[in-house]
Design a binder for this molecule. Sequence first.
Ligand code: ZN
Length: 174
Amino acid sequence: MDIVLYPDPRLRRKTAPIENFDQELADIVRAMFEVMYRTKGVGLAAPQVGLSLKLLVYNPEGDPAKSEQERVLANPRILRRSRNKEFGEEGCLSFPGIFGQVERPLEVTVEAQDLNGEKHQLELKDWDARIFLHELDHLDGILFVDRFQPGDKVRVKPQLTDLEAQFRASRASS
Ligand SMILES: [Zn+2]
C-alpha cells in the first residue's frame, strides 16, 4: 500500500459506502495506519491509498505507541457543525511539502460506523475536528488546496506544477 499523490485522478473519484465489516476491512485499516505512521501523518483517507471507499483513519498524536488514540470511521457523516470557524495550517500526505491555511468549523458532531459496523456518535473539537474534516473532504474528492485562500493558492502554484510534472513523468515511464 502506497500513498497516491496529487494529481492522481483517484483522489477526485466518488467513494462507495462500506458494506462488509469483515476481516478484509480490518486488514485494510491496519495497512492504512501503517502507511500513515511510516509517512508521519496524523490522518489518512481511503482514496489516498487508491481505494474509493468511505473510510478514514486518524490518530491525533500521529504516534503508533499511542494506539489508544486511533480512530476508524466508516461511512462518516456530519450531523452538526459549529458556526464558529478557525483558520489553521494543514498539510496532506498526497501533497508532500505543501502547507497552507484552511478555515474549518471548530466543532462537529459526527455519526460513523466502527470496524464491526456499529454506529457511534462523536463530538470532535479543535485538532480532532480539523483532521476529521480534512479526511472527510477526501471522501468527497475535495482536496485541501481547493480551500486555500487566494494568496496561498498563488504561493503553492509552483509546487503543484512540480507534482503535476512528476505525475506525468511517472505515467510516461510505467
Ligand atoms: Zn489529505
